[in-house]
Each structure stands twice: as C-alpha cells, then as structure tokens.
Design a protein around this ligand. Structure first.
Ligand SMILES: *Cc1c(COP(=O)(O)O)cnc(C)c1O
Length: 418
C-alpha cells in the first residue's frame, strides 16, 4: 500500500498533485510519501510487537537524513555497511545502541569509528575480520560486541545479483564452520559475543526461505547454548520483497506469524534489517518527456532522467511501473523509455505499453524509493536530482538538486599545468 494515487486524471502524492512538485522543484525529482514510509516502518514494529525487537533500517536502501530521522524518531535502528553510513545514522539521530554493522570489508578506520561510537554490534563476515576487530579493540582497550554472520546456504529464489546466502557467495561464514568460529571468537580477549546474524538476499517474495534459514540458525543457537555461548541478539537480516509489477510478497505480519512461534520461550532480542520493503514503494522518480522518437523498428520515449539517477533497470533488468502524471485519452503505444545517457543500457523500460504520453509532459517511475537515489551517480556529469518529502498537503525539500559547481568542487588541476 502506498499513497501515490490518481485523483481524477491527476497523480497525487498524498494530498499534493505531483505535477506541482515537478514544476516547483524541477525534474528529475525523487518524491517520497511520509505516510507510506511511516506505515511500512510501523508494519514491522507492530507485527513483532510482543517479542523484544529492534527494526534496524538498512541505510543502503535509502540514506537520506530526513528518512533516517523519521525512523529514528520511531525507535528505529540502523543496519549500516560503511563508516559513511554510520556517520549518516548518527547525524540523523539514530541511537548507537540500535546500530548494527555488516559488510565484508570493514577498514581499521571504520572499526575504530564504530567502537568509539559504541554501536550495538559488528556483524562479522570472516575469521580475518574477527582477528582485526580484536586487535583494533585491544589497542583501544575496549571490547567489541560481535555477532557472526552465518551463511545458512538457503536459496532465497530471487535475482542472482541480490542473492547472498548461498555457499558460493562472498558473504558470511559457512554454517558448518559456525561452531568452530564461535569457539575461536570466544577465545579472543577483546571480543564479546552477543549475537548471530544472517541475511540471505533481497526482493524475496516467499516466507519459506526466511523460515528455513531461521530453523537452521536456531539449531545452531541451541548447540552454542549447550557449549556455554550465550546469544542475546538474533539478527534475521532484511530482504522482504515488494510488488514492483504483479508480485504478491508476504507482509511483515506474515513473516511474524511464521517466525514468532519458533522463538517462543527463547529469551533473545530479535533484530530485523528491512530496507526495500519499507522505502521501495514510498518513493517515485518524476521525469519529463523530452522527445518522442520514431525509430525504424521501435518507438522511443526519451526522458530527462537517466541510469545515473535510477540504476536498477540497467543493473538488474528490474521492472518499474511508469505512469503519466496526467492521464489523457489517447491510443496506447509500445515504446522503450530511455534516458539521455550515452549508453544503450540507459533505459527504464523496453517495449512497454504506454498510454497518453506527450512530449513535454511528466512521467512517474514507480517503486523508486529503494536503491534509487542511494545508487545514483554523476555519470555523464549529470548533477543528481533533488529529493522531496510529502506529508499531507505539505512538501519539504530534503536534498537540494546538485549544481554544476558541486560537480567539480572536489577536483583540482595540478599547479604544473598552465
Ligand atoms: C542489503 C541488506 C539489507 C536490506 O535488504 P533489503 O532487501 O533492502 O531489505 C539488510 N541486511 C544486510 C546485511 C544487507 O546487506
């Protein structure tokens, strides 16, 4: 459910006509719905009500400070994968006691930053990383709270690029070796074992991979308990899918219904790390139709947003709905919706049936709130879009459009050049 709906023939974000936003802020433009963000966040919080839990929003899905603040205000935490994300989460007001830190390549600087900030735990992905964190914590005369990221070897049945929990992936520690790793961790002076972590992939549209993975993890927790290793935090990761087209993924309630009975009688705190399922359908990318171009074999709708603004179609062949901000009664056409970038991979849709598209009018690329702006770049020297948050009848600029000046701000021409 989201709050981007037609009223009459005009697309609204909550109570604001999106066209007004496009005219005021320009295009390409990211628009987020406050009510949708909050509803999706609360859907998790409510679903797991009754069992101790922390909803740690996966910052990489959308790292805008205003969005992070919204979740922080509602007792949310953050799942981070870099020092930069830690900086953002803290700046947005997320309590460090609700921050978990994953990622296979944490640097010494990042480890120090996280230790100084006193985050809840490191989700450790290898033996070498464990050693490194122990050394860094030792030099700082402190103990690092860690969970080991376990790879449960479960197929999430999703796109190969966003699948992470199989043996062949670079993530986590193979489940067969888990006991041995925990034993090793237990021997390290500056490591304190507090939890266990898994994350098997993204855009998962069934409950069963979550349940199967959890069962394997619980089995492991029992073995660990038997050996005197106490697990306080059970981090289930993220990965719940959203409807981009006609998928019917489970909602947090469905997850909870299947997961909570398995946790009955176990004294732990459950951590969830949802990203996409909270922000995905809470954001759209608004773009202007620059040209309609009739090729020999194809029709092209050329828009002012490009793959640098929203990379998912180019990167994964991902589907995004594309609808006009104003509906006209006009014949349908089949067309490729493409951007201005000098790459054939710069498209938003191929041979898509489009209705009522006119040159100079606006389109909305739907479901763009997750892995949209956060994956954007300046390729082709394009300043990145502005971001706006709508709340009822009000709208707020939450990131200014970049300028030509910001594009070159960090560059320097060496003195020896004339
Ligand atoms: C990407 C990621 C998430 C979030 O995944 P979604 O599919 O957006 O919910 C959570 N945890 C970890 C460790 C991740 O890498």
């Amino acid at each position: 459910m989201h709050f981007f709906k037609y009223k009459g023939n005009e697309l609204f974000a909550e109570d604001v006509p999106v066209r007004k936003l496009a005219e005021k802020y320009g295009t390409p433009l990211y628009v987020y719905s406050h009510a949708t963000l909050l509803r999706h966040f609360k859907a998790y919080d409510d679903a797991f009500d009754g069992y101790p839990h922390i909803i740690c929003f996966a910052v990489k899905a959308n790292s805008n400070l205003a969005i992070l603040r919204l979740f922080a205000e509602n007792n949310g935490g953050a799942d981070i994968v870099s020092g930069g994300e830690l900086f953002r989460a803290l700046k947005a007001g997320v309590s460090p006691k609700r921050i978990v830190y994953a990622g296979v390549g944490k640097t010494d600087d990042e480890i120090r930053f996280a230790l100084r900030s006193k985050i809840l735990m490191f989700n450790v992905e290898s033996e070498a990383e464990l050693q490194r964190i122990n050394e860094v914590a030792g030099k700082m005369k402190t103990k690092a709270p860690v969970a080991l990221r376990i790879n449960p070897d479960i197929d999430p049945q999703t796109h190969p690029y966003i699948s992470t929990g199989l043996k062949k992936h670079k993530f986590g520690i193979p489940i067969e070796d888990a006991i041995e790793y925990y034993r090793a961790a237990n021997r390290l002076k500056n490591i304190s074992i507090v939890g266990i972590h898994k994350h098997i992939g993204s855009q998962i549209t069934k409950v069963s991979p979550f349940v199967d993975a959890l069962k394997r993890i619980l089995f492991l927790i029992d073995e660990l308990n038997a050996q005197g290793v106490n697990i306080k935090y059970l981090d289930m990761g993220g990965g719940l899918g959203i409807p981009y087209k006609d998928e019917e993924p489970p909602v947090p309630k469905d997850l909870a219904k299947n997961i909570l009975p398995l946790l009955n009688g176990r004294k732990m705190t459950l951590i969830m790390e949802p990203g996409r399922s909270i922000v995905g359908n809470a954001g759209i990318l608004v773009t202007k139709t620059l040209y309609l171009k009739q090729g020999h074999e194809k029709e092209f709708i050329i828009v002012d947003a490009g793959m640098n603004d929203l990379m998912r179609p180019s990167l994964y062949g991902a589907y995004h709905g594309i609808i006009p901000l104003k509906r006209y009664r006009r014949a349908n056409t089949f067309a490729d919706v493409v951007g201005p970038i000098c790459e054939s991979g710069d498209f938003f849709a191929k041979e898509r049936e489009m209705t009522g598209v006119r040159q100079g009018e606006y389109l909305a690329v739907m479901s763009a709130g997750a892995y949209g702006f956060s994956m954007s770049s300046n390729y082709n020297s394009r300043p990145r879009p502005a971001e706006v948050m709508v709340k009822g009848r009000k709208h707020f600029l939450i990131r200014e459009r970049e300028t030509y000046k910001t594009l070159t701000d960090n560059e320097k021409i060496p003195g020896f050049m004339k």
